[in-house]
Ligand binder design. Structure first.
Ligand SMILES: Nc1ncnc2c1ncn2[C@@H]1O[C@H](COP(=O)(O)OP(=O)(O)OP(=O)(O)O)[C@@H](O)[C@H]1O
Length: 349
């Protein structure tokens, strides 16, 4: 198990985010529960992978973490300070110096009208980074850091490839030497051929600069490879947090189902099929949100959201489930119990 470093760079405490449901009239009080009661921490030097199905709240969680989304309730601490107790100017300054953010699609996250130099220098200007000569030197340094030639400084984003644009976005995110880099699907909008290059660049920068990272991705193989800890989300809830070395011992049925769907990641022989659709984020089920698709659910699961329970290794591995998976043969039963499942699957030893 990875030792958990102690300095907490960012923390969510009981954070919820609600949006007005789209397409509804102003009189309609329906709300999308994008995030509900989420707790999460990121410590210096660690990489936290955030996983879960589309729409489960991963992007909302990271937007809250970097101050781009104000929570409806709960507390967001960045560098130990409650960011929503700060003035707008103080918040921007404080977050900018602690956290850098790389978005999914550099074609939309970069200003198309500005040359690369101005894009990268923007955080330096906003934060009054020393004098003009230092600013120029820093831009050159950043271009070099992300593997772009100095000549790229005059190019417009349209003149660059997708991979080069994402390098510019990474340079901008690192301009103020943050301790934490948050990357929301940083390679998924890129050509398959350059995804590995950008991922390798991020991993290289992480090592060289000693960065902590939050890494959101649908690519579970990659998340497993790059993360120290994994946060599993389902329908706006964080349902499990665990060290990557314990992924085979995921206690929440959803963690097991999610990772079983990627060949070779977990011991179950076949993907655990989940019945039924993901429930609506406007009207989530009572109690545990996963209960409507869970093969282990009982009436108890409808009564309340299960509290956090520490696994045997302590709070580094905790989950929210009344009926945690503790026996591998249960996973086998989940596979063969599904309608249409291949019942010839071997019972695990
Ligand atoms: N501005 C908004 N207004 C209304 N609903 C929103 C808004 N932003 C997000 N949502 C909803 O909140 C929920 C969580 O969205 P979010 O983008 O955080 O999920 P996600 O896990 O990042 O999804 P994906 O993997 O597809 O990017 C979804 O139901 C989404 O439709």
């Amino acid at each position: 198990m990875t030792d958990r470093p102690s300095e907490i760079l960012a923390e969510l405490r009981e954070v919820s985010v609600e949006h007005r449901a789209p397409g509804r009239s102003l009189l309609n009080r329906d709300r999308v529960h994008a995030l509900t009661g989420a707790d999460a921490t990121v410590a210096a030097g660690e990489t936290v992978g955030v996983v879960g199905e589309s729409g489960c709240g991963k992007s909302t969680l990271v937007k809250v973490l970097v101050g781009l989304q104000r929570p409806t309730s709960g507390t967001v601490l960045v560098g130990g300070r409650d960011i929503w107790q700060l003035s707008t100017a103080q918040r921007r300054r404080h977050i900018g110096r602690t956290v850098g953010m790389v978005f999914q699609d550099p074609s939309t996250s970069l200003n198309r009208r500005l040359p690369v130099e101005r894009i990268i220098a923007d955080p330096l200007d906003v934060h009054h980074w020393r004098g003009p000569r230092d600013r120029m030197r820093r831009v050159t340094e950043l271009l070099h850091l992300v593997g772009l030639p100095a000549s790229a400084r005059d190019a417009l984003p349209a003149h660059l490839s997708g991979g080069q644009r994402q390098r510019v976005a990474i340079a901008r995110a690192l301009a103020l030497e943050p301790a934490l880099l948050v990357a929301d699907e940083p390679t998924s909008a890129l050509d398959v051929s350059v995804r590995a290059q950008i991922l390798n660049l991020l991993m290289d920068l992480r090592e060289r600069l000693g960065l902590a990272m939050v890494f959101v991705s649908h690519d579970l193989q990659t998340v497993r490879r790059v993360s120290d800890r994994i946060v599993t989300m389902y329908l706006g809830r964080v349902v499990e947090e665990l060290p990557v070395a314990r992924i085979e011992h995921g206690r929440h049925p959803y963690t097991q189902a999610l990772f079983s769907a990627t060949p070779g990641l977990l011991r179950p022989m076949r993907p655990i099929p989940l019945s039924g659709p993901v429930p609506s984020a406007v009207h989530p089920p009572s109690g545990c949100p996963f209960r409507t698709r869970c093969w282990r659910s009982t009436d108890t699961c409808a009564t309340a959201m299960p509290p956090y329970t520490d696994d045997a290794v302590g709070p580094a591995h905790r989950y929210r489930c009344f009926h945690p998976v503790t026996d591998p043969s249960d996973l086998h039963r989940a596979v063969i119990a599904a309608p249409g499942a291949d019942r010839s699957v071997e019972e695990p030893a």
